[in-house]
Design a protein around this ligand. Structure first.
Ligand SMILES: *[C@@H]1O[C@H](CO)[C@@H](O)[C@H](O)[C@H]1NC(C)=O
Length: 138
């Protein structure tokens, strides 16, 4: 009985986490997530599960510096996103971030950063948030 109670608590907790992760939609790298400078790779942003309707979707990169802090963002692409749109597939070309920013940056993430209007205010209250996928830059 105790076991079942614990299981259901865990199930509820992981469900809440999944919903939290999906708040800004989902981003996936199509195919191999190991990418080198100059290589073109395909990404898909999917807003179907997002709580908000994005106005814009930017694809960014961010890594971790040797001191543990997050690196600056590298902007790969900026896109408008229409209200009736659900999916944005885009081919991106990897810039030489290792030479530009340092080969000691690790744990790179591909981020889909959205902007959206919070409720229906005039002037609008524009919010921003992102969802990530690990990307291995070699
Ligand atoms: C978008 O996400 C929804 C919900 O997870 C899924 O049903 C749909 O197949 C996805 N679309 C694409 C193109 O990946």
């Amino acid at each position: 009985m105790r076991f079942f109670a614990l299981t259901s608590v865990l199930a509820v907790a992981s469900c809440a986490l999944a919903q939290e992760a999906a708040r800004y939609g989902a981003v996936t790298i199509n195919g191999d997530n190991t990418v080198s400078a100059g290589q073109t790779f395909s990404v898909t942003y999917n807003s179907t599960v997002a709580r908000y309707t994005p106005n814009t979707v930017d694809f960014l990169l961010q890594g971790t510096l040797p001191n543990g802090k997050r690196s600056a963002y590298v902007v790969l692409a900026r896109n408008d996103f229409s209200a009736d749109q659900e999916v944005l597939q885009q081919d991106l070309t990897m810039p030489d971030v290792t030479t530009a920013l340092g080969s000691d940056i690790t744990n790179w993430l591909l981020i889909s950063e959205i902007t959206y209007n919070y409720d229906d205010y005039t002037p609008p209250v524009v919010m921003s948030g992102g969802t990530t996928a690990p990307i291995n830059i070699v």
